[in-house]
Design a binder for this molecule. Sequence first.
Ligand SMILES: Cc1cc2nc3c(=O)[nH]c(=O)nc-3n(C[C@H](O)[C@H](O)[C@H](O)COP(=O)(O)OP(=O)(O)OC[C@H]3O[C@@H](n4cnc5c(N)ncnc54)[C@H](O)[C@@H]3O)c2cc1C
Length: 288
Amino acid sequence: MKPAPFDYCRPATVVEAVEALGSAESGRVLAGGQSLIPAMNFRLTDVSLLVDIGHVTDLPGVDTEVAGVTVGATATQSRVLNDDDAARVVPGLRAALRHVGHLQIRNRGTVCGSIAHADPAAELPALAVAAGAVIGITGPDGHRTVAASDFFLGPFWTALSDAEVVTEVHFPAAPVGSVTSVDEISRRAGDFAVAGLVAVIEVGDGAVRSARLVGFGVGGAPARLASAEAAMAGWAPDHPDRRLMEAAVEDTADAFDDIHATAWYRREAVATLLVRAARRALANGETS
Ligand SMILES: Cc1cc2nc3c(=O)[nH]c(=O)nc-3n(C[C@H](O)[C@H](O)[C@H](O)COP(=O)(O)OP(=O)(O)OC[C@H]3O[C@@H](n4cnc5c(N)ncnc54)[C@H](O)[C@@H]3O)c2cc1C
């Protein structure tokens, strides 16, 4: 199918982009277009003006410091995936991006686009919540920041208002001594996850010290798995898996059924991934 008719503009600054969005009946930011263009072609979304931010010059690139990594709105997923400094400070970025689509998609798709799109099966929103990321937003009233834990409100639904642009996402450095893993079950490599888990696990003396756990492809919006985090604290490989799995199942009560899997399957899958993440973190400390 072809999209319905729409207008197009290419602002040079963030302020111009915000003004253009505000001037349209139904303005939308165009970043990598990997989700928006298919949705327009299928006429799943109504767009009167596309505001292409690809030539905006006053956005950050990929800035890595000891405290974390800031990813600007035009930085592609491939650029971040291939950035060794970013991967050293926030290992979850590379771990998550390895699972995102295919090379061609990552070459155009942006990290901020994935965050703004808020697909419940996407890896990056879950990583943002697990890592404690902060989202920078510019709109008609200026610049504001929102914690990732407050940004995702439901499937494809965020705290972004009309005429606001995500300008950057800041991922804090992973805690020293932690292992970040992003693991998922999907039908084929590159497909969206049927169910997945981001785990940031701090280990010490052969046991888990603390964990930040977020499932994806399970509920409507990425959220911490509070019971599982509590059950994992102090867990060691000679402890039974059962308590961890029960806690994960408790935390995923809002799992959904669809043509790919039942809610029951998704909850069991997250529980299994959780045990795998704990065992891997304790066994070798490698980031997967
Ligand atoms: C075949 C295929 C497989 C895929 N597999 C995966 C996968 O496994 N995992 C995964 O996570 N993703 C997957 N994707 C989606 C991909 O990661 C997209 O690139 C991403 O979801 C959106 O990024 P984008 O830059 O392309 O955004 P766009 O498509 O340009 O925009 C998506 C939405 O976000 C809004 N938006 C984008 N940037 C901003 C901004 N800076 N400020 C405000 N709003 C903004 C747009 O207005 C639009 O509503 C896949 C896509 C395809 C086509």
